[in-house]
Design a protein around this ligand. Structure first.
Ligand SMILES: NC(=O)c1ccc[n+]([C@@H]2O[C@H](COP(=O)([O-])OP(=O)(O)OC[C@H]3O[C@@H](n4cnc5c(N)ncnc54)[C@H](OP(=O)(O)O)[C@@H]3O)[C@@H](O)[C@H]2O)c1
Length: 286
């Protein structure tokens, strides 16, 4: 049996990886498993411990914490608990996110704000909480989970694509600002990956009012919630393995995109607007 000192030494060599939004069935959960399989010590977090009940409490490569990216208190508590327990954070993965479908002309501003609060401000809240520690070690990696949707924003998901476009832009700035402090910043840009994102978006959709001008588009709007969830969506395990390999490289890439539609969306980004609009109108029945 290993004694306390041996266990401590093993922990010292392990990369400590903090991940937000690790609920069962989602990308964060798959990332937690993939980092743990690559011998990292994973601090898997979610709004409630019960949503990560599939992650093994007894596995020494996992440490589970409740964390809500909307709460200063929750973020501060978790970061200080982790530093107290493990002494360092090597990698932060900002994965927590919400999809939101609604036409921009009628979306309640509170829903637009909630989307940006989670996807954009929640990420920056995490970044601000870990940077002082990473800067003191002149070492660390921050991974922001963006989206290919930011490369070709279409109808019905303006809140979401706008939040991801903002996140991509902030990630570019962070990479340049944190570089001199010894911190690498990686924009991970998923294509369509199997997860709970469609169901979560539809359950939030029940908070929307009845549309006035967009009632005829109701079906297309609801369908948009599940656009990334089709029979050919990339399995989250496959996606997570690729991400972990990229993030743990000696020299990690600034941008890593993978998954169904990632190549199409990269091409879409460079198309003339009239072609882009033509394709998106057709696809989104607008
Ligand atoms: N799936 C795709 O095709 C796709 C494509 C591009 C980008 N992405 C991005 O990938 C990331 C993961 O999404 P997913 O597809 O795995 O969706 P998901 O299955 O719905 O997972 C989202 C995770 O974020 C958590 N979350 C939401 N609000 C939170 C908050 N305030 N504090 C902490 N955690 C919160 C959710 O927790 P609860 O379970 O408590 O709600 C859940 O664990 C998101 O940033 C998403 O935008 C996904």
């Amino acid at each position: 049996m290993e004694n306390h000192d041996e266990h401590y030494t093993k922990q010292e060599q392990q990369q400590v990886v903090v991940i937000t939004g690790c609920s069962t069935g989602g990308i964060g959960n798959a990332l937690a498993r993939a980092f743990a399989a690559d011998k990292c010590l994973v601090v898997a977090t979610a709004r409630s411990l019960s949503s990560m009940s599939d992650l093994d409490y007894d596995n020494p490569n996992f440490h589970l914490e409740e964390l809500d990216v909307l709460s200063d208190q929750s973020v501060t508590n978790v970061v200080s608990n982790v530093l107290e327990k493990f002494g360092r954070i090597d990698v932060l993965v900002n994965n927590a996110g919400v999809q939101c479908v609604a036409p921009l002309a009628e979306i309640p501003l509170s829903e637009l704000q909630h989307t940006f609060d989670t996807n954009v401000f929640g990420t920056i809240r995490m970044v601000q909480a870990v940077v002082p520690h990473m800067a003191s070690r002149k070492k660390g990696r921050i991974v922001n989970i963006g989206s290919v949707i930011a490369l070709g924003a279409g109808p019905w998901s303006g809140a979401y694509s706008g939040s991801k476009a903002a996140l991509h832009s902030l990630t570019d700035t962070l990479r340049l600002e944190l570089g001199p402090l010894g911190i690498d910043v990686i924009n991970v840009v998923p294509g369509a990956i199997k997860s709970n994102i469609g169901n979560a978006a539809i359950s939030n959709y029940s908070r929307m009012p009845e549309w006035k001008l967009y009632k005829p588009f109701e079906e297309a709007i609801r369908k948009r919630a599940y656009f990334s969830q089709n029979s050919k969506s990339t399995p989250s395990e496959e996606f997570a393995k690729k991400v972990v390999a990229a993030v743990l490289k000696k020299n990690p890439p600034a941008w890593f995109s993978f998954g169904q539609f990632s190549t199409i969306m990269a091409i879409m980004y460079h198309l003339p607007i009239f072609i882009k609009d033509f394709l998106l109108r057709k696809a989104m029945k607008c």
